[in-house]
Design a protein around this ligand. Structure first.
Ligand SMILES: [Zn+2]
Length: 553
């Protein structure tokens, strides 16, 4: 694309997302940055260079979406594995069929890997067992991830290779599920148990990762995403390979998305000792926060709650890191000017994380660390006030409302607590800004759908869950633009359409601020531009003319 040419987009509805609410219908850019935005009279062709003018035909333009918590590298690796999700399987028999196809293409003895199994939605409503997997793959070790990535399923050859028997003691930070006779069922819970098998699987190579990451980026661009926080690089290994794959793609000019790398402590700690700090890197690839986990997921009964689960009055879920240890880790990075992002779903886990942040701020009273709570699903008003006071950013997984809201109400949390999961409006009422995310591959990545869910709070069964927590379209859009840029210390470079900022933007089929709320999810992304370069385009072509992205709407 003529990147060195001035380009003007005119005759559009420009949602700049900037503080000044000046009506804008046009903007210009040169090379990779915006140069002007405003009414048409303010955006004039430059006299000393060629200018390409694009007529938007009234279409809306806004800053590119920044998806601030997902696992794109895991999504990419999944392309090398068997899809055991609801996408292609209704029953366990279907899953077996999917695996049989994979086995037929695999040498005996080689690993069969899969992902996406969800026992709560599959017709059989039960976990996979080693016997299911032995039936289809007696001669291959099998490892299948649960949709939450907090559980996995393995077969007898895999258990044998890992040396797991009925006499194996329960590992720290995980559980080997057993039947009445104490025999492992094949279900392994949380990293402590999953790693017993995971650690013996040969990791994917950098070249394998580089073969699938570009397809993953294309997928993201098609939903208007120009930047991501890759949310836990190294969770379940491959940390070094992923870092290297991203670096090589950048060097080869094949990285078309801005990646802020959130890294597990094991790897972050090593980088740290090598002298790297957060925000190290380039405008395309940057080392971001250190990622920790303080509980699991509520729909897996591993979220740590203050009050028992609705359907299990004896069960609260567990904290993963003892408080003193968490205080220590958080303080270490806080004192060294690093951002910390901690996974917490249950209100007891959120409380523990806030205690750790408060401790760190007390020991080392510095501000502007922008620590984040990832998911932050059941935050109370009191906790929201603490976040506001400590400068913590809640990053809400709002898709929970759609995908698990009905079951949260009926099974896991009960009607009262379910109604206020992802308390977006409560946060705004207390002056606390938030980010939103998809947690791909846990739910599909589609910012417009997540924005729709934040605005409507519609569940998959068609109920409105907690209507008082609905927010305006503008606030939901901010979560995916300005707020997400701020969460990556990038608010001077991205998140709004303003002169001097990087030209990351999207063209939409309709204006989200003016369509009826129930139609937000149907808005289509027509073009995605990263640093002035069109990386995705679905502009209809006039027959017989060459396709030039971005020249006609
Ligand atoms: Zn995640």
């Amino acid at each position: 694309m003529g990147a060195m040419k001035q380009r003007i987009y005119r005759n559009g509805a420009i949602l700049t997302m900037a503080q000044s609410s000046q009506e804008a219908t046009a903007f210009s850019m040169f090379h990779d940055r915006f140069t002007a935005v405003g009414p048409e009279s303010d955006v004039v062709p430059s006299s000393d260079s060629d200018t390409e003018v694009v007529d938007l035909g009234g279409k809306a333009v806004m800053p590119g979406f920044i998806e601030s918590h997902n696992h794109m590298s895991v999504y990419a690796m999944n392309m090398l594995q068997a899809d055991c999700s609801l996408a292609g399987n209704r029953t366990i028999e279907d899953v077996k069929e999917t695996l049989r196809a994979m086995v037929s293409r695999t040498k005996p003895g080689d690993w069969i890997r899969g992902y996406g199994f969800d026992e709560t939605l599959i017709a059989d409503k039960r976990h996979l067992t080693r016997d299911d997997l032995d039936e289809v793959a007696p001669e291959n070790p099998v490892f299948i991830f649960h949709i939450t990535v907090h559980f996995c399923y393995v077969n007898s050859p895999a258990l044998a290779m890992a040396g797991i028997t009925k006499d194996t003691p329960q590992p720290e930070g995980g559980e080997i599920a057993t039947d009445d006779e104490g025999r492992p069922t094949g279900l392994l819970m949380e990293p402590g148990a999953m790693n017993l098998v995971g650690d013996i699987i040969p990791p994917y190579t950098v070249d394998q990762l580089k073969s699938v990451l570009p397809r993953a980026m294309e997928h993201f661009h098609s939903f208007g995403i120009t930047g991501i926080h890759d949310g836990g690089i190294g969770y379940f290994r491959h940390g070094r390979q992923i870092l290297q794959a991203y670096q090589e793609l950048e060097r080869e000019r094949s990285l078309s998305l801005r990646v802020y790398m959130t890294v597990v402590e094991e790897i972050y700690g090593t980088l740290f000792r090598e002298g790297m700090r957060g925000r190290f890197g380039s405008p395309l690839l940057r080392l971001g926060s250190v990622k920790l986990w303080q509980d699991g997921s509520i729909q897996g009964y591993t979220g740590a709650l203050k009050e028992p689960y609705y359907s299990r009055p004896d069960h609260l879920g567990e904290l993963l890191i003892p408080q003193e240890r968490l205080n220590e880790i958080v303080t270490k990075y806080h004192a060294a000017d690093c951002q910390v992002a901690i996974h917490a779903n249950g209100d007891r886990a959120i409380e523990s994380v806030l205690d750790a942040f408060e401790y760190a701020c007390h020991v080392c009273p510095r501000t502007d660390r922008r620590h984040m709570i990832i998911h932050c699903q059941t935050a109370s008003d009191e906790q929201i006030e603490r976040m506001k006071r400590l400068g913590i950013i809640p990053n809400y997984f709002v898709n929970h409302v759609y995908y698990w809201g009905d079951r949260h109400r009926d099974i896991f949390l009960g009607p009262e607590r379910a109604g206020r999961i992802d308390p977006l409006a409560s946060s705004l009422r207390r002056g606390l800004s938030f980010c939103l995310h998809s947690d791909l591959p846990v739910t599909p990545v589609d910012p417009m759908f997540s924005i729709h869910t934040a605005v409507n709070r519609m569940t998959s069964d068609g109920h409105v869950l907690g209507p008082e927590e609905r927010v305006s379209v503008l606030e939901a859009l901010k979560a995916y633009t300005v707020n997400a840029a701020y969460a990556g210390f990038d608010e001077d470079e991205r998140g709004t359409i303003e002169p001097g900022k990087l030209a990351d933007f999207i063209v939409l089929s309709k204006n989200p601020l003016t369509v009826p709320h129930e139609e937000i999810k149907d808005i289509e992304v027509l073009e995605t531009v990263v640093g002035g370069r069109t990386v995705y385009s679905r502009i209809p072509r006039i027959p017989g003319t060459p396709r030039i992205p971005g020249t006609q709407y």
